[in-house]
Design a protein around this ligand. Structure first.
Ligand code: PMP
Length: 335
């Protein structure tokens, strides 16, 4: 018989999928490969750090039987934590900013988590911010434990132990560029370190929404893409591992998200479109021998009422009606 002892063992080992049509349409000679993280049981890359943070906390005695996991999360870490909580018998509370899509909130409730919604746009020091509320709940609830994905070293460790080695193995060591969005920076720090240890020539490229601190600390403002970019530097941010940060605006991110579905059949979220735009820019002019791996963090099912709704996209995504009628290209003819 071939089976997993529980669903948490099914996390990871996600496929690499070639973005062949996008390569052709953008005139890219390099091999462009997407690591499709929506194949994880919770629907995103964040299953990896969620499970690892719980394992490490159990071993360290920080999380005891019957305990309560409390985490500020835009949703995906919450899904991973809720799965882990169900399998291991914990309670799970997710604290989310109110810009988070309705589907993500409903999903977490469906996964058995309690959801606490806080206002978007408050500084982390504000007692009503989602960071501060999670901190307080974890302190006040008996047996409370906050994984703290922004500073917990088990977050990048999960990517160092799984995401990075998978990319190395799946490309037979031929990966030349690794492109990932930056939120907690767990993905880019952990996978980036691993890949650079295997081959210091591997270029690690961060993708960042316009308005986030990583690409332009002097111009931090709100934006619509979810799960990436920050207004502070997380503890898990390691600038030494990132060779370049490419800024992408909401419009380009969302149009590429639609393209990933329409041209490649990859039904993914807005931060995937953002990372793919950065990957196309990074791949431009590279030779045929280059292998560019872009990590696509989550599923489009989280955004049916947002990125995949024309009305929402026109109102909130910086997209014009004309954008929806003609095929979008990162590189126009005259570029
Ligand atoms: N995209 C989405 C949709 C996410 O939820 C996250 C996690 N915040 C990221 C990208 C960024 O990943 P990381 O936290 O590892 O930087």
């Amino acid at each position: 018989m071939e089976y997993y002892e529980n669903v948490l063992e099914a996390v990871g080992d996600t496929p690499l999928v070639r973005l062949g049509r996008i390569e052709a349409d953008e005139g890219i000679s390099a091999c462009l490969l997407a690591k499709a993280e929506y194949f994880n049981p919770g629907g995103s890359v964040k299953d990896r750090p969620a499970v690892k943070m719980i394992e490490v906390a159990e071993k360290a005695g920080l999380l005891k039987p019957g305990g309560t996991i409390v985490e500020p999360t835009s949703g995906n870490t919450g899904a991973g934590l809720a799965l882990a909580a169900a399998v291991r018998g914990y309670k799970c509370i997710c604290v989310m900013p109110d810009k988070t899509s309705r589907e993500k909130q409903d999903l977490l409730r469906a996964l058995g988590a309690e959801v606490v919604v806080t206002p978007t746009g408050l500084t982390p020091e504000d007692p009503e911010s989602y960071y501060a509320v999670a901190e307080r709940l974890a302190r006040e609830i008996p047996g409370g434990f906050k994984p703290g994905q922004y500073e917990n070293p088990a977050n990048p460790l999960a990517h160092y132990e799984t995401t990075g080695p998978e990319v190395w193995r799946q490309t037979a060591g031929r990966v030349t560029h690794f492109v990932a969005g930056m939120g907690t920076c767990g993905t880019i720090t952990g996978a980036g370190h691993y890949l650079k240890e295997q081959n210091p020539e591997v270029k690690v490229v961060g993708a960042d929404p316009e308005g986030s601190i990583f690409s332009d600390p002097g111009n931090v403002h709100s934006y619509a893409v979810e799960g990436v970019g920050e207004d502070f530097y997380p503890g898990n941010h390691d600038p030494a591992v990132v060779d370049e940060v490419i800024q992408v605006d909401d419009r380009e991110s969302f149009l590429m998200t639609r393209r990933l579905m329409a041209e490649e059949g990859l039904f993914v979220g807005g931060s995937c479109g953002m990372a793919a735009v950065a990957a196309v820019r990074a791949a431009r002019g590279l030779p045929e021998s280059a292998v560019v791996v872009v990590l696509l963090p989550d599923t489009g099912r989280n955004y049916v009422s947002k990125v995949f709704d024309d009305e929402w996209l026109l109102e909130h995504g910086g997209v014009s009606p004309e954008d929806l009628t003609k095929p979008h290209r990162v590189f126009e003819e005259e570029d």
